[in-house]
Write a protein that binds this ligand. Sequence first.
Ligand code: SF4
Length: 227
Amino acid sequence: MKISGLQKNSFVDYPGKISAVIFTPGCNMDCFYCHNRILLDNKYQKLISCDDVLNFLENRKGFLDGVVVSGGEPTLQKGLLPFLTHVKSLGYPIKLDTNGTNPEVVKSCLDKGLVDYIAMDFKAPLYKYKDICRTDVELGNIEKSVDLIINSGINYEFRTTLAPGLNVDDIVEIAKQIRGAKLYVLQRCRNEKGEGLSYSAEFINSWLREIKSIVNSVETRGMSFSA
Ligand code: SF4
């Protein structure tokens, strides 16, 4: 298990919990808006030892409510399951962030009871996936991950970054793909300088109206609205 970053506490990455966030290097996508790019390039990887991270988590018991494993794409890590098993043995609830490309790994995590919350990015309607993630993704794997997560019995969310190029029809199409989901989150896209894009409230509200009846709950995250 390679770890390239540790955020010692976060109030926003695990709903309702103060969490530590662990970042793994490498990703099998190349989303044009990715802001974790430094984690994706082997040249820039400065790895942190797993033992150091586990010792940190051991010492923070009682101060942290949970652990988020994020990326890059954590399901690419060969040592993911043993690592999660170790974190679980410390008593922490775990949230896993994934792009949904490795349903077998997601299934193993679920079958072994190693994750308590999954956040899966649903990048685009399937017909536009390649436009956003600039990679030939096996779309059947995305669908398999959605099925696994919806039927998992644990808490979860699907989330879409409102990237330029996605329109309301695309968002409705994604909502249909995750029909009945507990929670669908629309999140703000950032430009190459890291500045969040601004959307008109009318624009976002019209999108929310369209998808409210398709999923159980919908939220916006990190949005700033223009007049
Ligand atoms: S899936 Fe996530 S980490 Fe990977 S390229 Fe896209 S935004 Fe970056």
